[in-house]
Write a protein that binds this ligand. Structure first.
Ligand code: NAD
Length: 358
């Protein structure tokens, strides 16, 4: 930890990013936007095109590996590489692992050896860290832990809209949820995934998304099915919630709950003419965040219906970006900086907006 200059000395957490891909480059910017943390380095595996962005942003560039030949390859391509992962680990307080998934165990061993706290992403299993994270579900449980995992984009989306409902009805009982996840086939930058002309059900039934929510909010009983469709821009969830009797909710009250929930956008599809994910992403581009990101979960208010004890709704998830502000909040939890999740969310989001000039 270091102290920044100024009359009120503030702790500035030194953050490293391991893996500067779709998620890593976005988390780096979100961290760079905050005044209580700074980027001390990001890693690339090799001198690919992403290094240009690293240079433009002025982030110190490190190699994902300690191998001298791999480190040397950066200079051969004209990039200044400051060293391998071990060098980066020696100067940071916390590392955000944004590797492609399933390499977490190997990376965690390196972080532990260096005595550095770490945050993983949803491509890793909950068992890697034995604790997972979303801002609204379990921020306080994550205070001062050594390592955590920000759940996937889909699970983050489920948490955003289901946690407030679960909290509202908890005196009356638990909610029971079934969600159908209509998943994008690939991110816009991916050329190796599909399908491109098919609808592909995930035959592992139920899918992992529902059970993943229970890692951050075990009180919610949930199952899910998933299907991949040929789009790159968003996921859509079709959600059915069975509420406990005497729940006290109406469709209007549910909308009011979400209206008061951070990082949820409610819009009327018929009135706004936002009738599909295409228009939702156009709205996101209008908002003006970098890469046209949408950190919020989008809910069509005219698609919300409550019949007796059953609530139905649709929501859309920008898979590349809803987890980005959650990573910033997770840093404040595991570094013991801010106990109040809403205070952290407010600080994170205001700083990102200012950074983007919006
Ligand atoms: P990506 O493939 O775009 O980026 C991964 C980066 O890590 C690449 O730059 C790659 O070169 C680098 N890398 C490769 N091996 C590495 C290693 N051993 N150690 C460190 N870095 C390594 O992947 P992504 O989409 O950014 O996904 C990163 C993580 O975030 C995954 O766990 C994924 O499941 C999760 N996630 C992805 C999305 C999404 O929509 N892309 C959404 C939420 C969560």
């Amino acid at each position: 930890m270091v102290f920044s200059e100024g009359s009120m000395k503030q702790m500035v957490t030194k953050v490293a990013i391991n893996g500067f891909g779709t998620i890593g480059k976005r988390v780096a910017d979100a961290v760079d936007a905050q005044d209580d943390m700074e980027i001390v380095g990001v890693t690339k595996t090799s001198p690919s095109f992403g290094c240009e962005l690293v240079v433009r942003k002025g982030y110190p560039l490190y190699c994902t590996f300690d191998d001298n030949e791999k480190i040397g390859a950066f200079a051969d391509s004209g990039y200044e590489c400051k060293g391998g992962l071990s060098s980066l680990l020696s100067i940071c307080d916390v590392i955000i692992d944004c590797s492609p998934g399933k390499v977490g165990a190997e990376n965690l061993a390196k972080y532990k050896l260096a005595g550095v706290k770490s945050i993983f992403q949803g491509g890793e299993k909950h068992t890697l860290t034995d604790i997972s994270y979303t801002s609204s579900a379990n921020h306080s449980e994550n205070m001062d832990v050594d390592s955590t995992r920000v759940v996937s984009c889909n699970t983050t989306g489920l948490s955003r809209t289901l946690v407030p409902i679960s909290e509202f009805v908890k005196e009356k009982g638990k909610i029971s949820v079934n969600s159908v996840m209509i998943r994008r086939a690939a991110d816009p930058g991916d050329s190796s995934k599909g399908p491109i002309n098919a609808i592909k059900p995930v035959l592992k039934v139920p899918s992992h998304h529902g059970t993943d929510l229970m890692t951050v909010k075990p009180e919610i009983e949930i199952t899910s099915l998933a299907v991949a469709v040929p789009t790159t821009i968003m996921h859509v969830h079709a959600i059915t919630v069975t509420l406990p009797s005497g729940h006290g909710l109406s469709a209007e009250k549910v909308l009011e709950l979400w209206d008061n929930t951070p990082r949820v956008i409610l819009m009327n599809g018929a009135k706004t003419k936002i009738t599909s994910t295409a228009e939702v992403m156009e709205l996101a581009r209008d908002i003006g965040r970098k890469w046209g990101d949408l950190h919020e979960i989008f809910v069509w208010e005219d698609g919300v219906s409550l019949l007796d004890d059953t609530l139905y709704y649709f929501q859309a998830i920008h898979q590349e970006s809803d987890v980005i502000p959650e990573n910033v909040d997770a840093i404040r939890a595991i570094m013991n900086i801010e106990k109040d999740w809403k205070a952290s969310v407010d600080k994170t989001d205001k700083a990102i907006s200012a950074y983007n000039g919006i």
